[in-house]
Design a protein around this ligand. Structure first.
Ligand code: AP5
Ligand code: MG
Length: 214
């Protein structure tokens, strides 16, 4: 099963993608997590990506597409995957579509986690993230068992540099300009499903399971 998570920054794509990955035994592939791991490791790619991410801008397609295509070509992706944060522009979606068509494959579901902008800004300041495994927490809604420490891998949690209110506003603008058109793109392909992302995360997940099947 090949699934794409769509939704504004902070809508809960990463949270839901992790739950889907666990339940259906699929790899969770987040381009944002890949970039953050590269920043942490001080790679050339990380240094280049950071310039854009800190401004709330998208990393250029030339850098992003190759990483993603290499990743989905790996052995663990042969039965499918959950893409989180990719595609984010129409050109990215077209490249993915072409690559899949060559293999005689296609995306099964594009799940739009729908949350209005007003809710987003409130959520972001409370988010904490694990750079090691990509797990996401919220100091009020989803606190880790021990403050500041990842439940899964015991790594120290971080407040992301791009979660400052000004940058979040920029990310929302970029989302509406460049990513939201993907909703029409995947609607036209007949694979778009929308879930209400404002309810409790377990209820969001239940809605997703009712789409994907038990
Ligand atoms: P990326 O890491 O993908 O960030 P994003 O899209 O901005 O999304 P977020 O990770 O911020 O939010 P999310 O939807 O995953 O929400 P989460 O589950 O954490 O990208 C970062 C940057 O990298 C981009 O700005 C860009 O520069 C670059 N980039 C990445 N991919 C790219 C690409 N393809 N092309 C170009 N550039 C790219 O949840 C948010 C918070 O809410 C958490 O604290 C969570 O615990 C909480 N929460 C979740 N669900 C609920 C709920 N139901 N109720 C209450 N709280 C909830
Ligand atoms: Mg995320």
């Amino acid at each position: 099963m090949k699934i794409i998570m769509l939704g504004a920054p902070g809508a809960g794509k990463g949270t839901q993608a992790k739950m889907i990955a666990d339940k259906y035994a699929l790899p969770h592939i987040s381009t944002g997590d890949i970039f953050r791991a590269n920043i942490k490791n001080g790679t050339q790619l990380g240094m280049e990506a950071k310039k854009y991410m800190d401004q709330g801008q998208l990393v250029p397609d030339e850098l992003t597409v190759k990483i993603l295509l290499d990743r989905v070509a790996q052995e663990d992706c042969k039965n499918g995957y959950v893409l989180d944060g990719f595609p984010r522009t129409i050109p990215q979606a077209e490249v993915l579509d072409e690559a899949l068509t060559k293999l005689g494959e296609s995306i099964d579901y594009a799940i739009d986690v729908d949350v209005p902008d007003e809710n987003i800004v409130k959520r972001m300041g409370g988010r904490r993230a694990c750079v090691m495994c990509g797990a996401t927490y919220h100091i009020e809604h989803v606190p880790p068992k021990a403050e500041g420490i990842c439940d899964r891998c015991c790594e120290k949690l971080i407040l992301r540099d791009d979660d400052k209110p000004e940058t979040v506003k920029n990310r929302l603008k970029v989302y509406h300009d460049q990513t939201q058109p993907l909703i029409d793109f995947y609607t036209a392909k007949g694979v778009l499903r929308t879930v209400d992302g404002t309810v409790d995360m377990n209820d969001v997940f239940a809605a997703i399971v009712s789409i994907l099947g038990e």
